[in-house]
Design a binder for this molecule. Structure first.
Ligand code: OOG
Length: 261
């Protein structure tokens, strides 16, 4: 049997997402290197752009040890966010349009409006202007959320939807260790579903910026003016039920909610 091309893999993953139908992981049947997996990811993004979506940022995965342990992987990964994935804070998601969604408490950074791809050669942190509490919904296109590192990268790091709370200026105090140990809560219908600290995100979420810079520089992710960087989950992911209200509370940064129907 011939192996599918990178374009075919990108198309299969795109179709699985659009139809909300899971597929088998490629590991074990297709030899997909990590570099090729990133090529598949970026082809998938190109297909979405071709349908009118705009890139609004990037997202990290596996920045927390607990998250990496939950999924059995070891490396930090970087996906791409489009405008179609962004839900307004307090917005609603159609649970039936997803396969087996999970939710994660995160923090988000925002880049200055004058940032361009050449910024990648510089210190990305110097171009961050704002920070916010964020919630990410991941929805692996693979059966049972079972994947290898290359599989999950090809699948745009399970990116599905996200919402960002009120943007706060990234003050000198926050730049200077103030983001390093903030309490994080994930609540579903008011009940505590997961709790942790921003410390779980690479020891300090500012480290996520260096990781994003490194991965985007290596694999060619687009970095857009005013772009959002989701720093990765502070806890293990939690199953997202239908007809629920989800709240992420980050001490000092505020709360962001979304609901499902
Ligand atoms: C991959 C995405 C992980 C995070 O914040 O760690 C992620 C997955 O677990 O399906 O977004």
């Amino acid at each position: 049997m011939t192996e599918p091309s990178l374009d075919q893999i990108a198309e299969e993953l795109d179709a699985a997402r659009l139809r909300a139908r899971e597929i088998d992981q490629y590991a074990g049947r297709v030899d997909l290197s990590l570099a090729d997996a990133y090529r598949v990811l970026l082809r998938g993004v190109e297909a979405r752009r071709g349908r009118g979506e705009q890139v609004v940022g990037v997202k990290l995965g596996f920045t927390s040890r607990e998250k990496a342990r939950q999924m059995g992987v070891a490396d930090v990964i970087l996906g791409v966010l489009t405008d179609e994935m962004q839900v307004p804070a307090g917005g609603d998601l159609d649970h039936g349009a997803m396969i087996h969604p999970r939710v994660e408490p995160e923090i988000a950074f925002r880049l200055a409006e004058d940032v361009s791809i050449s910024t990648l050669a510089e210190d990305l942190l110097a171009h961050v202007t704002h920070v916010a509490a964020a919630v990410e919904v991941i929805d692996s296109r693979y059966r049972n959320f079972s994947f290898s590192l290359s599989d999950v990268v090809a699948d745009n790091t399970s990116a599905s939807y996200f919402a960002v709370g009120e943007w706060l200026p990234l003050t000198d105090e926050l730049r200077d260790g103030g983001l390093g140990d903030l309490a994080v809560e994930l609540r579903i219908d008011g009940a505590l579903a997961a709790a942790g600290s921003t410390k779980a995100i690479l020891g300090d979420p500012l480290e996520a910026l260096a990781a994003a810079q490194r991965l985007a520089g290596t694999h060619g992710h687009p970095i857009v003016p005013g772009g959002i960087i989701l720093a990765g989950s502070a806890t293990a992911a939690v199953q997202l039920p239908a007809d629920a209200v989800v709240a992420v509370v980050v001490a000092g940064l505020g709360t962001v909610t979304l609901s499902t129907s």
